[in-house]
Design a protein around this ligand. Structure first.
Ligand code: SAM
Length: 260
């Protein structure tokens, strides 16, 4: 049976409430300062996951194991990141699964890379392309924190010049001019392989769809996911008044090959 106790060096989530939680490394001698007082991490090491404890000011907190969603949302950010609601559909629409080979452009903060790496392991791999070295540093840091670095190769290259990999299962595109990557992605994908693109604007979607059809992709379809939080309280439950109204359109397609 797996020991369910916090060990020194593990990443832990200190949970105060849904909107307030901290992802930290359990380190003897370290403190986490919060608006509700501080926590001595030495006191958390050895506690059982799920256990409730108090800050120096008596505020109650719980210690949890971080999940993938925590790593994605708490990525250090140099760019806009792909949100969990969009990541979920990308996984299903592309058939992302253990053993898959994935190419990605661009890496940005590595939030989506983190999710892709999580699902290809242990035998698959993500090859991610990023033009700006300063973004790569941050993405690397994020991937190391989630212990997924080994499943990713980061290339400081312009993906519009072509991907080095061939016969890949999945291509994921999150750049400003995605239509320029349609042909490089087509050339790298195996027959039947899936492409997914994250597109903040309608203009990007139109231009990319035209390219995908020209190249012979099929099942080209585009969606937008709207996520609305519901505040559930006895006798007064209702949707939250505020929401993130737009993240990106998602376009998906599959590669076909015409044999002459
Ligand atoms: C919106 S960010 C990607 C965010 C990322 N999906 C995440 O979740 O953190 C877009 C990134 O693509 C990079 N980029 C743009 N064009 C590129 C290209 N042709 N090849 C490689 N990277 C590119 C940019 O430098 C930028 O970092």
């Amino acid at each position: 049976m797996v020991d369910n106790k916090v060990k020194e060096g593990e990443n832990i989530l200190i949970y105060a409430s849904k909107g307030k939680n901290w992802l930290v490394k359990a380190t003897h001698g370290a403190k986490v300062h919060t608006h509700l007082g501080y926590i001595e991490l030495s006191e958390v090491i050895g506690k059982e996951y799920g256990e409730v404890f108090e800050t120096n000011l008596g505020a109650k907190m719980a210690v949890l194991r971080p999940y993938l969603i925590d790593y994605v949302m708490k990525s250090s950010r140099t760019t806009q990141i792909v949100y969990p609601k969009d990541v979920g559909l990308i996984i299903l629409e592309t058939g992302l699964s253990p053993g898959a080979t994935v190419i990605e452009a661009g890496t940005g903060s590595g939030a989506l890379t983190t999710a892709l790496a999580n699902f290809v392991r242990p035998d698959g791999h993500v090859f991610t392309y990023e033009m700006r070295p300063e973004f790569i540093e941050v993405a690397e840091k994020n991937l190391k924190r989630s212990s997924l670095r080994d499943f990713v190769t980061i290339k400081n290259k312009d993906a519009s010049m072509g991907f080095d990999e061939k016969d890949v299962d999945i291509a994921v595109i999150d750049v400003g001019d995605p239509w320029r990557l349609a042909s490089p992605a087509y050339n790298a994908l195996k027959g039947g392989g899936a492409i997914a693109a994250i597109l903040p604007t309608v203009n990007q979607a139109e231009k990319l769809a035209i390219e995908l059809h020209k190249l012979g992709f099929i099942n080209v379809h585009t969606v937008e996911l709207l996520l609305r939080n519901i505040e559930v309280r006895e006798g007064m439950s209702r949707p939250s008044t505020r929401m993130i109204a737009h993240t990106a359109y998602l376009m998906f397609a599959r590669k076909t090959i015409l044999k002459s």
